[in-house]
Structures are given as C-alpha cells and as structure tokens.
Design a protein around this ligand. Structure first.
Ligand code: GCB
Length: 640
C-alpha cells in the first residue's frame, strides 16, 4: 500500500524542487508577457498505479501520440468539465499539454533575454516539462511557481514550444491540506484495487491548473525582488524598501515613488532605503474613508552592466502607506480602531470549480461592496493574486490564510508537516508581503490544537512567520476549547469559530446568546487578546421556508445571525474586533449526508443570488460602517 501511495504522489520528489519568483509577472517597458489560457490537451492517467505517464514518458512526445486526449480549459478545475463521473472523482496524475509559439523578437538578441514560465497555481503537486525537458516541480496548490526556460526555448527559436504539466491531487498526512488514501479491500463490497481519498476539511478537493500559466521575459540582469514596508512618523509616511538584483553586480538603480496621477513624491538610488512622503494619502479600508485603497506606485529602474552590454529593467509595485497594530482589545489601522465586518469566502463556482474567472471575481467584489463588507479571510488557502490586487485597490482588508486546514490527526503535527508548513508560509509571504490589504497571516484553520504536539508546532510556525514578516500580526483560527488550546498562547489575535444551535444544540436558537457570551468571556479572561468571531452561520437551502424557523430554512439562517449579532453588539464595545460570516456563498463539498449539493451556509447561493440573510447582514454592515467611520454624511447610505 505504501509503495502505491509513493507512486501516486512522491515519484517526482526524487528530483530537486524549485520555488517561485517573488515578483508577479506584469507588463512593463522591459518585460513581455504571454498568457497561455484557453484549451489544453488533457489526459488522466487511469493506469492502476497511475504511473504510466512517467513510465512511458508522456512528456517526451506530443501527448496525443501516447493515447487519447480531450480538450481541457486552463485555468479551471478539471472535475466538473466533462460528463464523466470517474474524472470528477479522479485521484492521481492528470496531464496537460499546450504548444505555443513565442514572439520572434524574444529570440532576436537571445542571450540578452530571459524567458520564464510561471504557473499561478496547480493543485496539488505539479511537474513541468518544456520540449520534453523537466524544468520545475512544485508541491502545494494555491501558490505560484516558475522556471527559467531560456536555454530550452532558445535552442530552437521559431519552433513551437511544447509545455507539459502533470498535476497530482493526492493528499497525504504531510501535505497542506492533509488527506489519506484508504484502500477498501473487502472484495465482497469493492472491486479489486478500490480506494478513496479521505479529507477532514469541508470543501471539494478541486484539482487542475487553477490560475493562469504565463510565459514572460526579463532582461538577462533583472530586478528579482522588491520588499516594501511602511510606517508613519507624525505627518511623514515612511516607505522602506529593499531591491534585489540578479545577473550583474555592477548596476545602478533609480526609484520613483509616484502618486496615482503620476506625480513623483520621493526618489531613491540605493538598493535598500527609505522614501519619505510628507502628508501622505494613507491606505484606508473600504468604508473607513472616502478614498479607500489609495495606492502609490514605486517604480524601480535598473541599469546593469552585463559584459559589454547594458541591461535595463523596470518594475512597478503598488504601495499602500498604512500601519497595523494590535492592543489587548483593539485592532488599529493607521492608529484608528478597525472592526472587521466581513465574510469568509471560497474560490468556488459552478463548472470551473476553483479556476480563476474574471466575471466571478468582478461579481464577488460588487457583492462585497453592496453588502458593506470591509474584509474577508482567504478561507482556507491563499487566493489568486488577481483577487488580492483588487483587495489592495478597493481597500478590502484581508486575513491571508495558508492551506493549513483539516489538520485533525496527530500525524499532521510531525516534523515532515512542520517543515512543509514553514515553506508554505515562506512562499505565501514572498507572494503577498507588499500588499497593504493583508493585515494578518492565518497559519491554519481549526487544527486539532488541543493535541499536545500542537504547542511546539504552532510556536514554531508562528515564530517563523513573524521572523520573515515582523510587520504583521499572526493568528490561526480555532474551534478548540479555550482551556486546552495549545496554539493560542502564540497568536496576536484570537480567532474563534462557533456554530451554536447548529452543530451543538441543533435547532435551539434560545441558547445562542448565553453560549456565545460564555465563549467570549472565557477566551478573553484567559488571554487578554482581541477576539474575532471568525466563523458563525447556518445552512439555508435557497427557497426553503419555515416559520417558526427550523433548520435549513432561510428563516433559520436569519434567526441564527440575529442571535449572534445581539451578543456581538455588546462585546464589540469591549474586546471583540470582528465578525466574519460563514460563508459568503454556497460552495461544493465532498458528498455527505449533511451536505445538499455542497455546503449551504452561503448568504448568497453558489450562483451569487442573495438569500434573506444577505439583506440582514447588509443592513448591519452599513450601520457598523456608518457608526465607526469618518465617512462624509453623503456616503453614509447603502451604495446601491
Ligand atoms: C467550519 C470550517 C469550515 C466549514 C464550516 C461548516 O468550522 O472551518 O471549513 O465549512 O465549519 O459549515 O461546517
């Protein structure tokens, strides 16, 4: 059994791993970008050990020469694209392939251009070949990875370049999220070799290439990374930066910090420095200011000597000047108390699963604004960079969560998991460190933090996170008993999930207020840290009615929310600093007797139509915003 699991997941681990480039590819005057979205050729490896693709080296020749292929959209999950139930539940390697023609001018001065292939995310494990040569492999969905493919593509300029990506969705006790493969051997019940994948998280394990695949260029000497942090000193905004350059040690830099309209407000020349802005326009959350999400733009220009030649690169990062502080009872943004009134989301939709979809992204942000939500948590994994860019631009505050979800077994807290968890936090922070919208890292959701090994585990993960990014608070989201939570001593903010009258005392709305009050008091008396109600809610099947309210009706969902709100309204005057509804929209889960085509705790349906709870929340969020913000009276109304 172990050997078979090895074939499923770990075969490519025999080779080296490679990481992601820190800078998100953008069109700049010195860089080209080509997106490889559309239909790719696709085949699932249905061989018993799922190893035919590797044994027969499918990457060596065009995929259609080694067997049948179908068209598969990228980006998208593969699960819901066809009518084939076995592909929907497929576990193992799937193979994607695309041939691309790269622009001629990329080769005109071949040795001055670097060509990079980047995958926004592929779930869970991916191996990539270009023209049959392996260029990168990566563990973990939800985060980008890339490879320098210059020498391979420059060996045959003008020829189509064949990109093959094998993706494996098998989870193990040591992956994030964890899972297990279970072989069911009773041949009176199951066919020979029958297995299932079990997980302890509550969303469907969609798989495939979920975010854009791009090829981009940089000059041979290039800006590799830019790190920006901001501070306020009186009326001076301080932008501290660090630029790293690869490909030359003889170079000069020129930095311009520009306002939105283009005016330069500060300049620099050093690789590490501080830019000062007098009376800066601060980055404010949505509904906390009349001009939320204000961004400056830090343009970095590089001139580097490479042999006899000059390489020039330019890259611009958006910069929001803001500060974040946590006290024993408040969360301060720019020194002002911030109350999270927001949602938990999922990347999830009909047909495309977890695949990036601009229409869905635009719709979701419009719904967030309509709702008066000022924040969300990226439950339960990092969201697409495209989504995060809009959070920066619109002023939507983010608790950025890694895929540490479903860690319910003791095996998930050993050294192998820990080592991977640290890498995931490094990759996440490398990707999102410059984002003003990200105000806190969440290293896990509902781990079994009552288990003794969780103490050292979370102490280590949180210390590591803080060491890489000392500027942001760190949390994880708990549903453990306050008296036995071994991770809570290490967090800056207590995030608690509870489902009173749903998973406990089902149907008993009358106990919510007492239980919620006790929950808050217990946590606060133990830790004296601010608390976020990071999940609460109830399933409501759209169109199901009952009065008096009974479980699963739209009325019951509303009633649960109102009971929670009564207590939140008292406690937010003390130390509760936020409330995030579970969930923004209905979403797909594994099939189970408690799930009706997925989890129905959305205040919007999966198709983004509001249930009555959405209107209740909308009224509340706008009221909260109007109470606490410095909005001019003209903006204090529903933004319809
Ligand atoms: C939770 C989990 C979330 C689930 C939710 C539920 O506590 O964090 O992933 O979907 O409860 O609806 O059961």
């Amino acid at each position: 059994m172990a050997a078979l699991r090895l074939t499923f997941l770990l075969l490519p681990l025999l080779r080296g791993r490679a990481g992601a480039g820190p800078l998100c590819p953008r069109d700049t005057p010195s860089r080209d970008l080509k997106e490889l979205g559309g239909l790719w050729r696709f085949r699932a490896d249905t061989s018993e050990r799922r190893d035919s693709g590797f044994a027969q080296r499918w990457y060596r020749r065009p995929l259609e020469q080694s067997g049948p292929v179908i068209d598969m959209p990228v980006p998208a999950s593969f699960n819901d694209i066809t009518q084939d139930p076995s592909l929907r539940r497929f576990i193992g390697w799937v193979w994607y392939e695309k041939e691309v023609l790269l622009p001629k001018h990329w080769f005109q001065d071949a040795f001055k251009t670097r060509v990079v292939l980047r995958v926004g995310s592929a779930h869970y494990y991916a191996v990539v070949w270009v023209n049959g040569v392996q260029v990168v492999e990566h563990e973990g969905g939800h985060l980008p990875f890339e490879a320098d493919i210059s020498t391979i593509v420059q060996a045959s300029p003008g020829d189509p370049c064949r990109i093959t990506i094998a993706v494996n969705n098998t989870l193990s006790p040591y992956t994030l999220p964890p899972g297990t493969i279970q072989y069911l051997k009773d041949e009176s019940k199951y066919p020979k070799g029958y297995f299932v994948q079990n997980t302890k998280f509550d969303f469907f394990n969609y798989a495939g290439i979920h975010r854009p695949v791009v090829v981009y260029t940089t000059p041979i000497a290039y800006i590799d990374d830019i790190t920006v942090t901001t501070a306020l000193s009186g009326n001076i905004g301080v932008v501290r930066y660090e630029v790293s350059v690869i490909g030359s040690s003889q170079y000069s830099l020129s930095l311009n910090l520009r306002e939105k309209e283009g005016k330069v407000v500060a300049t620099g020349q050093a690789a590490v420095g501080e830019l000062k802005v007098v009376d800066p326009k601060l980055w404010w959350p949505y509904l906390m200011h009349e001009n939320p999400g204000y961004l400056y733009y830090l343009e970095v220009r590089l001139s580097a000597q490479v042999d006899e030649d000059l390489a020039e690169d330019v890259y611009t990062v958006p910069v929001g000047i803001r500060t974040v502080h946590v006290t024993s009872s408040q969360f301060l943004i720019n020194g002002k108390p911030f109350y999270f009134h927001g949602v938990n989301k999922h990347e999830d939709a009909d047909i495309r699963g977890k695949g990036l979809d601009w229409s869905l992204i635009a719709k979701d942000f419009n719904l967030l604004k309509w709702l008066g939500a000022n924040s969300f948590r990226t439950s339960h994994y990092p969201y697409a960079e495209e989504i995060m860019d809009l959070c920066d631009a619109y002023g939507i505050v983010v608790i950025d969560e890694c895929p540490g979800v479903g860690m319910r077994d003791i095996e998930n807290f050993g050294n192998q998991s820990l080592a991977h968890h640290l890498v995931v936090m490094e990759e996440l922070i490398r990707r999102d460190k410059n984002r003003p919208s990200v105000v806190m890292w969440s290293v896990a959701n509902e781990p079994a933090s009552e288990l003794p090994p969780a103490a050292n585990y979370f102490k280590t993960v949180i210390a590591h996170t803080k060491a890489i990014d000392p500027t942001r608070p760190v949390t994880f989201v708990s549903n453990a008993n306050y008296a036995h939570d071994h991770g809570a001593p290490y967090v800056d903010v207590i995030c608690v999930n509870s489902y009173f009258s749903w998973y406990h005392d089902s149907g008993h709305l009358e106990v919510i207020q007492l239980q919620l009050n006790t929950q808050f008091e217990n946590w606060y008396e133990t830790y004296h840290k601010p608390i976020i109600q990071s999940e609460y809610g109830a399933d409501a099947v759209s169109g199901l009615h009952s009065d008096p309210p009974l479980m699963f009706s739209e009325e019951y969902q509303v009633a649960v929310l109102k009971q929670y709100h009564a207590v939140l309204d008292r406690k937010r005057k003390e130390y509760v600093i936020g409330e995030l509804i579970w969930n923004f929209a209905d979403f797909m889960t594994d099939q189970a007797v408690t799930r009706v085509l997925g989890n129905k705790k959305g205040i919007f349906t999966r198709q983004r139509q509001p249930k009555p709870a959405a209107f209740v929340l909308r009224e509340r969020y706008w009221k909260l915003a109007n109470e606490s913000s410095c909005l001019p009276p003209t903006m204090q109304y529903y933004n319809v």
